[in-house]
Design a binder for this molecule. Structure first.
Ligand SMILES: Nc1nc2c(c(=O)[nH]1)N[C@H]1C(S)=C(S)[C@@H](COP(=O)(O)OP(=O)(O)OC[C@H]3O[C@@H](n4cnc5c(=O)[nH]c(N)nc54)[C@H](O)[C@@H]3O)O[C@H]1N2
Ligand SMILES: Nc1nc2c(c(=O)[nH]1)N[C@H]1C(S)=C(S)[C@@H](COP(=O)(O)OP(=O)(O)OC[C@H]3O[C@@H](n4cnc5c(=O)[nH]c(N)nc54)[C@H](O)[C@@H]3O)O[C@H]1N2
Ligand SMILES: [Mo]
Length: 773
């Protein structure tokens, strides 16, 4: 490894993940929130019965274990939301929208909570206060004057509660469209599509306790030390009891290497840390499908040898015969895949793949986890189906200690889908809504995120409503997405914090400030709880704990009901009555969404209730009623035709990822502790050999330019080129700064997820010195 600390703001991190470094960092964020003690009290109730669900990630905890679980990044999320700072009318009077646009994403959100509804005044270029009633009337006027309901886009980010999401989809479908672009389109969409086709349910099959019974846990394309820190504990326990933890990641992420338990005093005092894996493989970007195919090919070879020698078989023949279909076609595809292609595409040696295959074979029960390193590629759907194929060969689905675990991102992104935030809704959901509410629901597919951007760009969509999130920054091809939003007649953002989406305004624009997870939600019948679903299909209640910083903010359900009532009147429900008491929303959910019978009673159960998962029960809700092996060929070439058509060879393949100090487009700070970066975000990590091969010096400022044959220049400028321990040919840089590089047309086959982990780029000496943060 060659690390060149030419920049004082870049120094390799030597400590373990979590532990003291994390504690120091939490304290800093705490003090900065301006109400440290209140937030501490609130945090102690995170993920506990009677507390609120952590607004961080969607990792679930043991439902029986009452212990307080929080992590450094959960603490940051809570402090960030529960700040005392405010972005109010005085703030917007001080800054014009054009002035605000000059500020960094970090600065914008740092200014505090949005506290009152605001309307954009094009004459003065300022946001000005507006009453809730006038705001709702403005939305209703725009929606009702559209020629078709399909001219509006209704975005959802994954923090929306089940209650908010359910009301939103009910309103939008009663209005007449399935245009539900959501953050999931950019996230785990490929997991939903792949698992749905293979196994009949688009969710992970494992539960929390399965991790205690796994003999091997594979972690593919995921950085839990930063993004799912509560997952480190089960991984650590697994290594401790002798299970294998096998990582596939081009970056040696610190959290996957070593870990110090933040809640074990002895470990912290002795400064001891535990290794968190037993094998680490560093594939090429997009090379995982080939790697898994390689494991399957070794298994097939050993299966044949076992058969010839009269030894115990490698495959689970009973499972395959009773539950699956397509094994022969799949094994023929495995046979037909040349070893050379596996080696070349995976970026791994066959000796490495063989080691992984041996671990896999020798483990009784295997869980495979994955996240964005797997889902944000063009061939993500076949890659996830290859993971399923492998698991099916040894019956590693639907038995304790084994299964599939797409580790979700936003804390309720899985629940939002369950509630019907879906641009391709299943017929059963639409039938149930039609039957219960007696209106004709739209049956045609709606727009996903990429389609919504195209519709707005082309003028086919004229109204954008965002239930949370930061559409302008989270989406690809930023200048085009910004133009798309600006092309709208009305843009509406329902949000907690100021971000660039509020500044990327249509002809008219509204900011509707809402309560967050930590805030107490007072309604006519008293304080309300909401519910969420974690990655393990556990549904539980969340109670806000902190006094809202302004009485003018409204809850997400109340805002949706306000828009719905202004637009549709009392159709198809009495919106006000639902808001008075969210039990009434949950009754509607119980009536229409499978698995939620008796919802209001069951959610009282401490730790919540398990929604169930058909694949985990070995029931296959697929067309043929079987678990399906999918015989997909490996991609012929990982480079897209549009890259090849430029005639240029990419200097590097870039993945865009998260630093340790951010939550998606929310930037908490400018450090990335585990990767040794301090005080900067415009950095690009590359291998020192590549840097010199391309004629650059470590520490030099460079521009990154995308190779894509459509005549559009995609460039970000003035990035600090850091020599880093990364495989040759690869680069990594932070999202959202690099979103301008991802072409809108570069998305996953069958998933439409932008290929944020695979962008062919060239480096140029910097044209200017970049932005100052
Ligand atoms: N603190 C914090 N927590 C979060 C978030 C956050 O921003 N901050 N975001 C939330 C959300 S919405 C999500 S979706 C999750 C995201 O969680 P992650 O998926 O962990 O997020 P990324 O930072 O995108 O990291 C991708 C990881 O995959 C690796 N990788 C990239 N390409 C490949 C590949 O081709 N193959 C393999 N094997 N590995 C690859 C990268 O090196 C990196 O370690 O986290 C959630 N939790
Ligand atoms: N290049 C690149 N692009 C990516 C990714 C990547 O890895 N690389 N990852 C993708 C992924 S996995 C995801 S999930 C998306 C994320 O896309 P989004 O979910 O759209 O983005 P966030 O940054 O999570 O949204 C942050 C904003 O949400 C608002 N907010 C926070 N809490 C609440 C709340 O409780 N209620 C409401 N109404 N608003 C709230 C705040 O105003 C805050 O500014 O980005 C995607 N984009
Ligand atoms: Mo995500």
């Amino acid at each position: 490894m060659s690390l060149q600390p030419v920049d004082p703001r870049y120094k390799p991190y030597k400590g373990a993940a979590a532990g003291w470094g994390a504690l120091k960092s939490v304290t800093r964020f705490w003090l900065d929130s301006k109400q440290p003690f209140k937030n501490l009290r609130a945090l102690l109730k995170t993920n506990q019965n009677g507390g609120f669900d952590c607004p961080g990630c969607a990792w679930g905890d043991s439902p029986e274990d009452g212990r307080i679980k929080f992590c450094e990044n959960g603490a940051k999320a809570v402090n960030w939301e529960a700040t005392k700072r405010r972005v109010d009318a005085a703030f917007f009077a001080r800054y014009s929208v054009s002035q605000l646009r000059e500020q960094s994403d970090y600065w914008l959100e740092y200014q505090g909570r949005l506290t009152q509804p605001m309307r954009y005044d094009r004459q003065t270029d300022h946001y000005v206060p507006v009453s809730w009633e006038k705001a709702f009337a403005l939305v209703a006027r725009h929606l009702n004057q559209l020629e078709s309901p399909h001219q509006a886009e209704f975005y959802t980010s994954g923090r929306a509660s089940n209650e908010a999401a359910y009301l939103y989809q009910l309103f939008v479908r009663a209005f007449g469209t399935n245009n539900f672009p959501d953050c999931s389109n950019m996230c785990h969409e490929a997991s939903g599509v792949a698992l749905g086709q293979s196994l009949g349910v688009g969710k992970g099959s494992v539960t929390f306790h399965d991790f205690e019974h796994a003999d091997a846990i594979f972690v593919l394309g995921q950085n839990p030390g930063t993004n799912h820190p509560r997952m480190l504990e089960p991984l650590r326990e697994a290594v401790k009891r002798g299970a294998q933890v096998v990582c596939f990641n081009p970056l040696k992420e610190r959290g996957l290497e070593r870990f110090q338990h933040p809640q074990h005093a002895l470990e912290m005092l002795s400064n001891g840390s535990r290794p968190l894996n037993t094998a680490f493989f560093r594939p090429a970007l997009g090379g995982d499908m080939a790697a898994i195919r390689g494991i399957a090919k070794f298994l097939l070879q050993w299966e044949r040898e076992a058969l010839a020698n009269g030894e115990a078989p490698v495959f689970d023949h009973a499972f395959i015969a009773e539950h699956s279909e397509g094994v022969d076609a799949y094994l023929a595809e495995v046979d037909a895949t040349p070893w050379a292609q596996i080696e070349q595409q995976s970026g791994l040696g066959l000796d490495e793949i063989e080691i992984a295959a041996r671990i896999y074979r020798d483990a009784g029960n295997v869980i495979i986890c994955w996240a964005m390193g797997i889902t944000q590629h063009r061939h993500s759907v076949p890659t996830i189906q290859e993971i399923v194929n492998l698991q099916l060969l040894r019956g590693n689905v639907g038995r304790p200690g084994a299964g599939l675990c797409p580790v979700r991102g936003h804390s309720n992104v899985q629940g939002d889908r369950t509630m019907g935030i879906n641009d391709r809704p299943p017929a059963a959901l639409l039938d149930a809504l039609e039957k219960r509410f007696g209106f004709k629901v739209p049956r045609e597919n709606g727009h996903n995120t990429v389609e919504a951007i195209n519709a707005m760009l082309g003028g086919a969509a004229k109204v954008f409503i965002g239930l949370g999130g930061n559409f302008a920054q989270a989406t690809p091809d930023s200048p085009r997405t910004h133009a798309a939003l600006q092309n709208c007649e009305l843009t509406v953002q329902i949000s907690t914090k100021l971000n660039r989406s509020h500044l990327t305004v249509g002809q008219e624009a509204l900011i509707l400030p809402c309560l967050g997870r930590t805030d107490i939600d007072y309604q006519a019948n008293g304080p309300q709880a909401v519910t969420v679903e974690d990655s393990f299909s556990m549904i539980h209640a969340s109670f806000g704990q902190l006094e809202p910083s302004s009485r003018e903010m409204r809850s997400e359900p109340a805002i949706i009901a306000g828009i719905a009532k202004a637009t549709l009147g009392g159709h198809p429900v009495d919106w006000d009555a639902l808001i008075a008491d969210y039990d009434r929303i949950r009754e509607l959910i119980a009536d229409t969404i499978p698995g939620f019978d008796d919802f209001n009673r069951r959610v009282q159960h401490p730790g919540g209730f398990y929604l169930g998962n058909s694949a985990n029960a070995r029931q296959w809700s697929t067309a043929n009623g079987r678990a399906n092996f999918k015989a997909n060929p490996l991609p012929e070439d990982l480079l897209h035709e549009k890259v090849r058509r430029t005639g240029q060879t990419p200097h590097l393949i870039l993945q865009t990822l998260r630093s340790h100090d951010q939550y998606n487009t929310t930037i908490y700070g400018l450090d990335d502790r585990y990767r040794g970066v301090r005080g900067q975000r415009d950095v690009v990590f590359a291998n020192e050999t590549d840097i010199r091969r391309l004629g650059f010096e470590p520490g030099q400022k460079v521009d990154l330019v995308t190779l894509w044959d459509d005549g559009v220049e995609r460039r970000v400028s003035g990035f600090n080129l850091l020599a880093f321990d990364i495989p040759a040919g690869q680069a990594a840089a932070y999202y959202p700064e690099t979103n301008p590089l991802v072409p809108l047309e570069s998305y996953g086959d069958g998933s439409y997820t932008p290929t944020s982990k695979f962008v062919a780029i060239r480096l140029e000496a910097a044209r200017d010195n970049g932005r100052i943060l």
